[in-house]
Ligand binder design. Sequence first.
Ligand SMILES: Nc1nc2c(ncn2[C@@H]2O[C@H](COP(=O)(O)OP(=O)(O)OP(=O)(O)O)[C@@H](O)[C@H]2O)c(=O)[nH]1
Ligand SMILES: [Mg+2]
Length: 288
Amino acid sequence: MAFAEFLEALLTPSLPILALGILIIIGAPLLLHIALASSSTYITPPTVLLLGPLASGKTSLLTLFERGTPAETHTSQSTTSVELNASTDADSKQSFRNHDDTSGTHTKFILVDTPGHGKLRNLAFGKLERAETLKAIVFVVDAAALSEQDVLSTTASYLYDVLLLLQKRASDKSKTRKSVVPVMIAANKMDLFTALPATMVRTNLEVELTRIRATRSKGLLDSGVGMDDVGSEDQDAWLGEYGSEKFSFKQMQEFDIDVDVLPGSITGEEGTGADKWWWWIAQKIANA
Ligand SMILES: Nc1nc2c(ncn2[C@@H]2O[C@H](COP(=O)(O)OP(=O)(O)OP(=O)(O)O)[C@@H](O)[C@H]2O)c(=O)[nH]1
Ligand SMILES: [Mg+2]
């Protein structure tokens, strides 16, 4: 009886059988862990971060994408996240209104709203620095108020900090795997007649960013650091092409950071003015 013999051999204490037993006991959970960790359901979805100054429309945009209609908002004091589905199918009429329709290929992503108030900026930067899965940044600006100098300067200085952080991260040589994050400047409130066209939003921001860059680098020169140190310190705080006279968003391509300015609106015309933004987001997360 071969079977009985086999059974007997298996049950007799011996070194190879013992070794096999230990191997199974240790190996099985290990294999299970590897199998689970590599399955896609355990990967966190890509994150898209909403940044921008006070009352530019970040929360309104999040609500519009989430519910399909804009709602009353109050100034935000904390970050909020929602899970959404985007599709890049050409036939699925590229609108955020279709995100419940999960036919076709959809990419799940997390949209994160941040407070715009200067005192709560650390919350936004915390998200920016920690989000491992960050795939895109939507920087919302109020195009209708951007002709006012104080709005322009707060908006631009916030944007400067964001772009500088991305630039530093991109030029950080210690990181082998660089994640490049594209930026969309959403020129919001185009429904208002005071709104500047997107090209003006772009140039006004570029002019203001140039001015901020000059002021900040001058501050460093005046701070009394040794002449030799100035070069590198100065270069670290300098946004875009070092030494260039004027800043332009194109200079960010040097660091693989694409900056697009897209016009739109959340209220008015039933919010169809946000489709372009939705399409931009869908493409960025699909290519990620
Ligand atoms: N006319 C017009 N008003 C808008 C538009 N989008 C947002 N608003 C209004 O702008 C105001 C501020 O919008 P919020 O979404 O609360 O702005 P926020 O960026 O979240 O502001 P904070 O949370 O304070 O940083 C609200 O009264 C909105 O109704 C738009 O496209 N057109
Ligand atoms: Mg808000």
